[in-house]
Design a protein around this ligand. Structure first.
Ligand code: BES
Ligand code: ZN
Length: 490
């Protein structure tokens, strides 16, 4: 608790332009000012009195100019004060001369760590992580939503300020190859079948008689106004047109490829066209209601930032920035995105002799859409040049244990080997190891790229719920994952 208050205090001091206690080094301009706004930062609760009077050195662009009499001015602090800092990290304070808050990985307590100072390895900045996180988690970010798009703008601006040339890669039904799985349904007296959306289909709801076409039965006299269910093949639709059997009100396709379903939706723009997913289906003659809540359309983007293009030995880091529909997605996966952005900053500062690529992916929650589009567009030479890929997805829940390193098959690969050898060489803590394939790294693993993911286990309290909010997270876990990633780069 004392440390949380200390962190709150420091956050307040940083925001006010004051320096952390115990530091006499000059304040230098950080590479990027994340530009926190009044809206994005939570109002402070009671401000504790400082244990040591802070030196009132003005920062380059102070938000509030402190007066000498008022050592702790009224400031708006980021929600960082609420973050939980686990015991282990409490031993590792480090206040850098940049006016940021960092944790020393070498065990130094308050003050400047000689090892950090000598090696000059840049450390993750907790202030930046907190500021990014508070912006990202203002609202849910489902693929294609307004807030997801705002977050893409925020990331683009931040990366551009860091000197990256940000590439936007469209993620749409056209680039993915299929529509968003919908919440469509077909209900009748005996149950409800779950239907998927087809890109380009009409939306709406209607009740009508069902006609379940069976190629072994005689042709129906008419399909007019009916809910037509077709299995395996769509060829009956041409026959139906040719024979003038009328126009169905809706077409439900079962065991038909998504691409074929899309073609049907294009050819039948006045009809609801959906894909059967699961559940009981009605028979011919039953009355049923078909609901098409969404037509499967979406428009989003992956953001790609490359450090040192063509330098070789490429390391890839990815995180999905979309969230589940009703969740602010702090743990899943705002934390991953905030850390990825911080990695881009630290990499630029470290200036390694290798290519490092940062992929901010969309549509993970809808079915790994962003990763699929990125993978589809990788040339063979690019695939061959990737030494390892690390996916950052859902690792900062303060109520869970230290983040774990997962591979799709639970076996080690070049990505895990690189990480563990780097951590061993640098005398840093190592993550435990496990098997998990439910995220974007699976797409790259499928291409034969050595891939791993930093994550924790799924939490019943947070996972895909509105309760997955920033104050449930541990900045220490975010810091830990950032340090692990940086160890592979440096
Ligand atoms: N962050 C989760 C994946 C995850 C689950 C990581 C458990 C670690 C432990 C991810 O965002 C997710 O929910 N993925 C979907 C994948 C699907 C839509 C392809 C899932 O698991 O349902
Ligand atoms: Zn996730």
């Amino acid at each position: 608790m004392k440390r949380m208050l200390a962190l709150a205090l420091c956050a307040a001091l940083m925001m006010s332009g004051c320096k952390a206690p115990g530091k006499e080094l000059p304040v230098s301009t950080p590479a990027v000012t994340p530009a926190p706004t009044e809206e994005t930062l939570a109002a402070p609760t009671a401000s504790p009195a400082p244990t040591a009077a802070p030196a009132a050195t003005p920062a380059p662009t102070p938000l509030v100019t402190p007066s000498p009499e008022d050592a702790l001015p009224e400031v708006t602090a980021p929600p960082m004060r609420d973050f939980v800092l686990p015991e282990a990290a409490e031993q590792r304070w480090y206040f850098a001369e940049t006016g940021s808050i960092q944790i020393c990985p070498h065990g130094a307590e308050e003050g400047l760590c000689p090892t950090c100072h000598e090696t000059g390895v840049p450390l993750p900045d907790l202030m930046r992580l907190a500021t990014s996180l508070s912006l990202l988690t203002e609202a849910p970010r489902p693929m294609g939503s307004a807030h997801e798009s705002d977050c893409a703008d925020f990331l683009t601006d931040a990366l551009t300020e860091l000197g990256y040339n940000v590439i936007s890669q469209p993620v749409t039904p056209q680039t993915v190859g299929y529509g968003r799985p919908g919440t469509n349904s077909l209900s009748y007296a005996l149950g409800t079948a779950k239907l998927g959306a087809v890109a380009g289909s009409k939306e709406g709801q209607l009740t009508a008689e069902v006609l379940f076409y069976d190629p072994d039965e005689p042709l129906p006299a008419s399909v007019e106004g009916k809910i037509l269910i077709l299995e395996k093949s769509t060829s009956f639709l041409s026959l139906m047109r040719g024979l003038g059997l009328g126009t169905p009100a809706a077409i439900v396709l079962k065991d038909v490829p998504e691409a074929a379903a899309k073609t049907v939706a294009e050819q039948w723009p006045e009809q609801i066209v959906t894909l059967y997913e699961e559940g009981p289906l009605p028979r011919s003659g039953d009355e049923a209601t078909v609901t098409s809540a969404g037509n499967g359309d979406y428009d989003s983007e992956n953001l790609i930032a490359v450090y040192g293009a063509g330098k070789g030995n490429a390391l890839y880091f990815c995180a999905h920035y979309d969230s589940a529909p009703l969740s602010p997605g702090a743990c899943d996966n705002g934390a991953g995105v905030a850390v990825l952005l911080e990695l881009a900053r630290l990499t630029a500062e470290l200036a390694p002799e290798r290519e490092v690529r940062f992929l901010f992916l969309t549509g993970e929650e809808d079915g790994l859409f962003g990763a699929t589009v990125y993978a589809k567009n990788m040339a063979n030479e690019e695939k061959a040049a990737v030494k390892a890929l690390y996916n950052l997805d859902m690792f900062a829940d303060a109520a869970q244990g230290t983040p774990i390193l997962y591979t799709c098959d639970g076996q080690d690969n070049a990505a895990t080997a690189l990480l563990y050898s780097a951590l061993f060489a640098q005398g840093l803590e190592m993550p435990a190891f496990g098997k998990e394939d439910r995220s974007d790294h699976a797409v790259f693993d499928g291409l034969g790229i050595p891939a791993a993911m930093f994550a924790q286990s799924e939490s019943d309290e947070l996972y895909h719920t509105p309760y997955d909010t920033a104050e449930k997270l541990s900045v220490s876990y975010m810091d830990q994952v950032a340090l692990w990633c940086m160890a592979t780069i440096g």
